[in-house]
Structure formats: structure tokens, C-alpha cells
Design a binder for this molecule. Structure first.
Ligand SMILES: [Zn+2]
Length: 276
């Protein structure tokens, strides 16, 4: 099953590549055939097998030998691995010991991880966040999460009860994420963070809820610090090189989504968190 899920992930990753490129070019992600960017040859089925096509042609176009971007196999692999990981987390006892709720949960995770991959690559490559798709994804994430009504019977205070209702819980998280970057953007006039980070804060807050969004911000700065050192030491980045923050936020959100329950238990025990 896990191999099958990995292959599904590869195929989804292949579509995500198409979606990313065509969104950037302003074309429909569904209509039209895929072409080589250099020679415009329409790609056949032999060119569209995830990973293998790239390996067989050694990263170049079959006809014109133009180098293909390493983004293609990387995105496919990332989707395959993340899909397999979320499958193992949601179905720890195998596929046949599951209920319909688990399948809904897995679908929700796969959708979120796909969106995370799209925004990671988009912001990394072009240093811009596609605003309209991000807001649409945020709307879908909010409806998906907000409709997961949790039991309000176990809560201890009015605030805790209100937060237990998915509707409010995720609204607060989205606002915390968006405001965190909006304030920095407003104070610095856009020098510390880009306006795209405000939309990403909203979306990722809607994905992980509160206090998950706090963990996302924390991990994003940790990953950002580590990545900056690696980029400067091994990839020739300088002090002044511009590095977008969105990919770190996206990576942090993936971590918090996949490790959500143990992380939240840790946060509850380690810190006093109001509103939760
Ligand atoms: Zn070509």
C-alpha cells in the first residue's frame, strides 16, 4: 500500500509541476498538452512518467537536448514522500483498519500538502506569491477545517469552548498568521517581509489552526536560519542575497501538519497558552 501511495504521490507531483508552470504563465492547468519549453515539441506519454522520464533522458529534452529543470523530479519526489508519510500517520495499522473519517482526514492532508508544495516552489523560483490562488486555497482550507466540528463537551471554560468550535479556532489562527506579517510589513514598509507572506500567514493559519500557527512561525524562523547558513556556506549566497520567506513557512506548515498531535501535546505541557 505504501508503495502504491508513493506512486500516487509521484503522479500528483507531476500534475503539480504542470499547475505551477501554467499558473505562472497564466494558462489553464487542465486544457492543452504539455510542451518542451525550448523546442515547443508536444510531450508524449514517454516524457510524462514521473522521475523515470527525467532519469532516462538524463535531464534533457529528447529532441532538442535543452536541459530540463530539476524542479520536475524534485516536486514529484516531494509529493511521493509526503503522501506516503501522511498515509503512514493517518493509517498506522494499515488500510483495512480504517473508517470513513480517516479517509477524509487523509484527503484533507493530501490537499494541504499539495498546496504547500505549489507555494513553496512558486515563491522559491519567482519570489512572488500567487495571490488569487492562495486566497482560493485559504477559502477551501477554512471551509474544510471549520466544518470539522469538534465536541464542545470536554472544554473547561467559555473561551476554551469557543475555541473548540472549528469555525472560531481556525479563524483566530488565520488572523494571527496574517497579522503577524501585516504588522511587520506595515512597520518596515515592505522591507522585512513581502506582502505575499500576509496571504501565506492567513492560508497556513487556516490549515493548522491555533496554536499550530505559532509552531509554524517558530519552525519557519528556525528553518530559515539553518537554510541561510547552508546557502551561504555551500551555495555562494551572500549576506545581501534575497531569499524568499514563503518556502520556510511552507516547510514549517508541512511539519506541523504531519506532527500535529504530538506537537500540540508538547506545546500544551511546555507552555501556558491562553485561548486553548
Ligand atoms: Zn525540446
Amino acid at each position: 500500500m505504501i508503495i502504491l501511495v508513493f506512486i500516487i504521490g509521484l503522479a500528483v507531483g507531476s500534475f503539480l509541476n504542470v499547475y505551477i508552470m501554467r499558473t505562472y504563465e497564466g494558462r489553464s492547468p487542465i486544457r492543452g498538452r504539455s510542451k518542451c519549453d525550448a523546442c515547443q515539441r508536444v510531450l508524449g506519454i514517454r516524457d510524462l512518467i514521473p522521475i523515470f522520464s527525467y532519469i532516462i533522458v538524463r535531464g534533457t529534452c529528447r529532441t532538442c537536448s535543452a536541459p530540463l529543470t530539476i524542479q520536475y523530479p524534485l516536486v514529484e519526489c516531494a509529493a511521493g514522500v509526503l503522501f506516503a508519510m501522511s498515509y503512514a500517520i493517518v493509517f498506522p495499522h494499515g488500510f483495512f483498519a480504517v473508517g470513513i473519517g480517516d479517509i477524509v482526514e487523509l484527503t484533507r492532508l493530501w490537499f494541504f500538502l499539495a498546496v504547500i508544495i505549489i507555494l513553496f516552489v512558486y515563491d522559491w523560483r519567482w519570489m512572488v506569491v500567487p495571490v488569487i490562488p492562495t486566497l482560493v486555497f485559504a477559502g477551501i482550507a477554512y471551509v474544510l477545517n471549520g466544518s470539522f466540528f469538534q465536541s464542545a463537551a470536554e472544554c473547561s471554560s467559555f473561551v476554551a469552548c469557543a475555541m473548540n468550535i472549528g469555525f472560531l479556532h481556525y479563524l483566530v489562527a488565520g488572523l494571527v498568521g496574517a497579522l503577524f506579517f501585516f504588522v511587520q510589513y506595515a512597520i518596515s514598509g515592505g522591507r522585512w517581509v513581502g506582502s505575499g507572506d500576509i496571504y501565506l500567514g492567513l492560508l497556513f493559519g487556516f490549515m493548522v489552526g491555533y496554536p499550530g500557527i505559532l509552531a509554524v512561525l517558530f519552525f519557519a524562523y528556525m528553518i530559515g536560519a539553518i537554510a541561510s547558513i547552508v546557502l551561504m556556506l555551500f551555495f555562494g549566497y551572500g549576506r545581501k542575497s534575497a531569499v524568499p520567506f514563503g518556502p520556510f513557512l511552507a516547510a514549517a506548515t508541512a511539519i506541523v501538519l504531519l506532527a500535529h498531535d504530538p506537537l500540540m501535546r508538547f506545546i500544551e505541557h511546555a507552555f501556558y497558552l491562553p485561548f486553548y
